[in-house]
Write a protein that binds this ligand. Structure first.
Ligand code: GTP
Ligand code: SPV
Ligand code: MN
Length: 593
């Protein structure tokens, strides 16, 4: 197979001349291809076949030990003018970027196959979809792209028929050395080059690189939004479905919220949840003046640890077939487990580093040795999820009633509050912060500012990004309302105050009621909060005092927060919209009043 698309053929030839693979293979997306790739990887040991009776179609992968999360410090936006990348991005000139990466790519595919993957983000042929072609020397990446995107022959046919443009995504493992790893974005060339990593967002280039970094860049130019958001529908007992889009930083609960199971107390009311997406939303204003969202992905790349039949029964059902498991514990019976997974804890197994593991083992510092890496993941087709929406293939997507921001804040942020209006909501998003998780390399637990959960994913200057959000708000006649949630507030003993997971529906119920103007709220200095009895706590035993702790607004903590916001905003200099500073000052005034 090759292609009639001249530019594509030329680009593939160029990449092959640089990387010097043994062979070039065009991926058609067929089952035959999947079987062949799996067989090859079983033979080389790159993948391990799991018990096909218990886990049909499932395979196991262990990455290199230094390649287990996105490496933000090695991720760059390469624009001609450095200011366009902004203080939120690492920057290289396009010339330096290409040169540095080419030095690593050169001859790196010797002895390897170069796979060509035509893929579509969004339904194939939808006017809102984007086509990319990823080149990779990793069969594991091909198998992941099969799940995460629509890929193969149909996409290539479309590209040839329309002679259309495509994002050039060149990926290679090279020697998987962190010192020879670069994830580079060239928005002005519609190009992504990633070398030296085989993991997740570093290597599945349709995901964070195309859908968010290039997507956000395009969104600003074309008048739409590319966001790190889940999308879900909440169907009430009358059959009305309210759709929400929610931005939480990596490993802060998007996958879990997107498919939550209503808790007993609320189930009686007859709620149903529809999952549209768990990580990325592309949102446009339609002719009705509302914001409509599509999920450009076709699968989920979800966090394994903490996932079990109690916290997320939908995903547990989904990952029983056709799933790729990465960096979890491999059990003797060729099934898998992870910390916080379903009991029983296995007595032994092989850990994510490939070492013999026994439960209860501790290291030289007395810390438990983990069977699964904290950022271990499953890759699963979204159609496997029992709560999947029937609107996934619809090119208009779903109308968004509410946008929700949130993060991990052991202190400060109350369970939920509502912004006073769009502009204030943009400020609430712009001032988000969260404790760092294992999804990116760095110090876990440290609070860092992560506006709209997009700090690592905004492909241009974030000052301009906030301005773009403000403009989008002005263009809508029925803009979504904006809220902030915090499932992760803790008490003095370090225990979560809120049960989370399915119980989060109690908060979503209030949010939807607000959107339908069915319930009043209490105005506070930071936003509108629920009146005392407006969150349905049926079936929970939470005291009044407990709820007060969840909603407490400590002025001293907020004063301190203002200092953090001030310092952060200043890094954007005069690209920071004056409206954001206005919101800052009015919050300051309200807090001192
Ligand atoms: P990315 O895929 O990295 O973008 O993450 P995500 O935002 O989809 O996070 P995910 O839903 O996978 O959750 C990450 C971790 O947070 C898991 O260990 C979950 O078990 C845990 N978690 C999710 N929701 C809640 C919640 O409501 N309360 C608590 N305490 N933990 C939660
Ligand atoms: C995230 O880190 O936000 C993820 C996982 O969704 S990754 O694909 O690695 O970006
Ligand atoms: Mn994510």
């Amino acid at each position: 197979m090759s292609t009639k698309h001249k530019e594509l053929a030329h680009w593939v030839k160029e990449c092959a001349e640089l990387c010097k693979p043994d062979k070039v293979v065009w991926c058609d997306g067929s089952d035959e291809e999947k079987n062949r790739l799996e067989k090859d990887t079983f033979r080389t040991g790159e993948l391990i076949k799991l018990d096909q009776k218990k886990l049909p179609g499932c395979v196991y992968n262990r990455t290199a030990i230094n390649d287990v999360a996105r490496t933000e410090h090695l991720t760059y936006v390469c624009t001609r003018d450095k200011n366009n990348a902004g203080p939120n991005n690492n920057w290289l000139s396009p010339k330096d970027g290409y040169q540095k990466a080419a030095d690593i790519f050169r001859n790196s595919m010797h002895d390897r196959i170069m796979y060509i993957i035509p893929f579509s983000m969004g339904p194939v042929g939808s006017p809102f979809s984007k086509i990319g072609v990823q080149i990779t020397d990793s069969a594991y990446v091909v198998l992941n792209m099969r799940i995460m995107t629509r890929m193969g022959k149909a996409v290539l046919d479309l590209l040839e028929k329309t002679n259309g443009d495509f994002t050039r995504c060149l990926h290679g493992k090279a020697d998987l050395d962190v010192n020879r790893r670069l994830i580079l974005h060239f928005p002005e060339d519609n190009t992504i080059w990633s070398v030296g990593s085989g993991y997740g967002g570093n290597a599945l280039l349709g995901k964070k690189c195309l859908s968010l970094r290039l997507g956000s860049y395009l969104g600003q130019r074309e008048g739409w939004l590319a966001e790190h958001m889940l999308i879900m529908g909440i169907e009430d007992p009358q059959g009305y479905i309210g759709y929400i889009a929610a931005a939480f930083p990596s490993a802060c609960g998007k996958t879990n919220l997107a498919m939550l199971l209503p808790p007993e107390g609320l189930k009686r009311k007859g709620y149903r949840i529809w999952t549209v997406g768990d990580d990325i939303a592309w949102m446009r204003i339609d002719t009705d003046g509302r914001l409509w969202a599509v999920n450009p992905e076709n699968g989920l790349f979800g966090v394994a640890p903490g996932t079990n039949s109690r916290t997320n029964p939908n995903i547990m059902a989904a990952i029983k077939k056709n799933t790729i498991y990465t960096n979890v514990l491999l059990k003797k019976d060729k099934t898998v487990w992870w910390e916080g997974g379903d009991p029983p804890v296995p007595a032994n197994g092989i850990d994510w580093q490939g070492r013999a593991w026994t439960s209860g083992q501790i290291d030289e510092n007395g810390e438990p040795i983990l069977g699964a890496h904290p950022n271990s993941r499953f890759t699963v087709p979204i159609q496997n999820v029992p709560s999947i929406t029937n609107r996934l293939e619809h090119h208009h997507g779903v109308p968004i009633a509410a946008i929700i921001f949130g993060g991990r804040r052991a202190r400060l942020a109350p369970l939920v509050y509502e912004a006073f209006n769009w502009q204030h909501g943009v400020f609430v998003g712009a001032t988000m912060a969260s404790e760092r998780t294992a999804a990116q390399v760095g110090k876990i637990g440290e609070v860092r500012r992560d506006p709209m959960a997009m700090l690592p994913f905004c492909g241009y200057n974030m000052g301009k990004y906030f301005a773009h959000w403000l403009v989008m708000g002005k263009k809508m006649s029925a803009a979504p309302r904006i809220f902030n949630v915090n499932w992760f507030r803790k008490d003095e003993k370090g225990q979560f105050l809120w049960p989370g997971f399915g119980d989060n529906l109690r908060v979503l119920e209030w949010i939807i009621s607000r959107c339908k103007n069915e319930v009043d709220a209490l105005k506070t200095s930071i936003g509108n909060v629920p009146h005392e009895n407006d969150i349905d706590l049926t079936g929970l035993r939470l005291t009044r005092e407990h709820m007060h702790k969840l909603f407490a607004i400590h002025k001293k903590d907020w004063q301190q927060e203002l200092e953090g916001i001030d310092a952060f905003f200043k890094t954007f200099g005069n690209t920071m919209p004056k409206e954001m500073w206005h919101e800052y000052r009015t919050l300051q005034k309200r807090l001192t009043a």
